[in-house]
Design a binder for this molecule. Structure first.
Ligand code: NAG
Ligand code: NAG
Ligand code: NAG
Length: 358
């Protein structure tokens, strides 16, 4: 249970340089200046703006420098106007999150039990469903009660998405933590939250052949079982541990609410290397867009390029319909402590990518 403790940010400033992606709509150009006015104390592994004044950050269970209630903070609620942090509790490395249409954030799956030290213990989060309904008075916590609310089985590295009926589709993953998925731990199925009775499965997991066919490159999967999409161009791999980012571009009257997805980053490296990956693995600068209609799928992917390669780029939809590509590095693979040449003690990442783009 998180207490309403909070901590003032310290002030630092950083510059963010922005350049336009080739072929992007010509909005006002120039340089941005990002005023980074504080420090959340936890790494923004999973960041969501959950209301007009609050953001949540879900970090891995780590010995983070920010301590509250006698232990390090992992998930945190950030109050944007006051720049204060409140701690929440969950073990969410390799989890996934989506909003229900009623505004409640549903975060599911996660990491096995972690025991860093006596005061730094993360409960087994693999089968968890965590509900967070944003509030303005610091009264809301993550609701996680494995006795009453849980996935049909353990999942690490699942994906989720909100469906048109306002429910959430939770898809794939492994039953255990691993750098790359394999047949022993693959969990080739999907489910819904709230649960649905589809084809008589009555809330149980529904098997998917796609997740059988794509092991082992299917952590955080990007696809559906109905239509096989054309291959990502130029041999770019986008699933973990190459972990590209994807967005559904804005559905507008101007585009007649036609769904178009864009996937940026990833890597062209061989995915059969098992544990021989390097922190110097080059990333891809590719952004590929596909219109999800029969005609669009027949036309295929449209390829653009970011100014710098970055596998796990953050893609953020801006209010004016543009997409900000931010953060990450020019060489790496996902995870930590899984390369033969780590940077520092455990980092799989090197060469920060400092040229952000819209
Ligand atoms: C949204 O729906 C979920 C699932 O039915 C429910 O548990 C949650 O309390 C609802 N949130 C709000 C804000 O009503
Ligand atoms: C966590 O590990 C410590 C040793 O570092 C041990 O003393 C403690 O019993 C463990 N706690 C649990 C809940 O396993
Ligand atoms: C699958 O991965 C798990 C976790 O890393 C490992 O224990 C298991 O041996 C692997 N199985 C195969 C068939 O590679």
């Amino acid at each position: 249970m998180a207490l309403a403790l909070s901590r003032r940010f310290s002030s630092v400033f950083a510059l963010l340089h922005c350049t336009m992606l080739a072929g992007a709509v010509p909005f006002a150009g120039g340089r941005w200046k990002l005023a980074q006015e504080g420090n959340t104390g936890v790494s923004a592994m999973q960041l969501a703006v959950v209301s007009e004044t609050k953001a949540t950050i879900f970090d891995k269970v780590e010995a983070n420098p920010l301590q509250m209630n006698g232990r390090p903070v992992w998930p945190a609620e950030v109050d944007l106007p006051s720049r204060t942090v409140r701690d929440l509790i969950a073990n969410t490395w390799c989890a996934t999150g989506s909003f229900l249409s009623n505004g409640t954030f549903v975060h599911s799956a996660g990491n096995p039990f972690v025991n860093i030290s006596q005061s730094d213990i993360g409960p087994d989060g693999r089968q968890a469903i965590r509900m967070f309904t944003p509030c303005t008075d610091a009264s809301c916590d993550i609701i996680e009660d494995a006795q009453r609310l849980r996935l049909t089985s353990r999942r690490c590295y699942a994906s989720s998405a909100r469906l048109v009926d306002g429910t959430i589709f939770i898809f794939g993953g492994s039953t255990d933590n691993a750098f790359i998925n394999n047949v022993t731990i693959n969990y080739p199925s999907f489910e819904f939250f709230p649960p649905k009775n589809i084809n008589g499965f009555n809330g149980l997991q529904i098997p998917t052949q796609f997740m059988e066919d794509t092991v082992k490159g299917n952590h955080f999967p990007y696809t559906n079982t109905e239509v096989q999409l054309p291959r990502i161009p130029n041999g770019v791999r986008i699933s973990s541990p190459f972990s590209a980012s994807a967005v559904l571009l804005p559905l507008t009257q101007a585009n007649n609410f036609t769904p178009e997805i864009m996937i940026c980053g990833g890597s062209v490296v061989d995915d059969t290397l098992e544990n021989q990956y390097s922190s110097q693995t080059p990333a891809s600068a590719q952004c590929a867009r596909l219109v999800l209609t029969p005609a669009g799928i027949a036309t295929g992917w449209k390829v653009e390029s970011m100014p710098q390669p970055r596998p796990m780029v953050g893609l953020i939809l801006l209010p004016d319909g543009r997409v900000l590509a931010v953060n990450e590095a020019q060489t790496d693979v996902a995870g930590y402590d899984s390369t033969f040449d780590p940077v520092g003690l455990e980092s799989n990442t090197d060469k920060p990518a400092l040229t952000d783009a819209v």
